[in-house]
Write a protein that binds this ligand. Sequence first.
Ligand code: PEP
Length: 256
Amino acid sequence: MVTRTPLIAGNWKMNLDHLDAIRVVQKLAWTLQDAKHDTKDAEVAVFPPFTDLRSVQSLVAAERFDLAYGGQDVSEHDSGAYTGEISPVFLARLDCQYVLVGHSERRQIHGETDELIGRKSAAALRHGVTPVICIGETAEDLEQHGASAVPVQQIRTILADLPAGDVVVAYEPVWAIGSGQAATAEQAQEVCAAIRAAIADVRGAEAAESTRILYGGSVKSANIAGFMRQPDVDGALVGGASLDPVEFAAISRFTH
Ligand code: PEP
């Protein structure tokens, strides 16, 4: 049986500048070091704005913090005339282990499609950066098709042309993001199991067993333990609550 190391990932969105980032990462790393490890360890990652990444890299390297980090988006291209875009090569050079792709805000505000998200994931993989592929249904999708249909279709499309390689999938029901209304642990389990079955279908049982699937949407220290008890939930993608390093450390240790 494959053991999947849980991943707790903090998406800062467009919050915290590079000076704030130093303060927050220091506080987070020190709190994590002091925290009692009541349960199995999770890997912890933060996703700051691009302009913070160099500061985070320097601090993590200098202090040898046990903390992963990554960008919130990536270009599908390596270089060229793409004003405003960030190359996967640049992320790799900053030692980013991960990058978010297809966050619902990028889908909704910037019109990103599953096909583009697949190409961005491929670009990250080409340079040794693990894509954290975000999928999830809107409230309208939920009402019309149930919870699993849309995320399952999204992951099938994204994986269709994606070369083999380690990916993380983040199931984030859009209606739960930033709303304070998290899915129940049982709802998250049901959809994450359906996503794992779809991965098995596309990439084989072994790949499905080893792929980490996170739940995201209004996760906080008060509800993380319930999600982590589910067999197909391997961690969380946390937005708002990741801006407070003490709260995020508590989430990362599944303590309240
Ligand atoms: C997110 O933005 O990915 C997210 C899950 O946000 P929140 O935790 O604030 O719902």
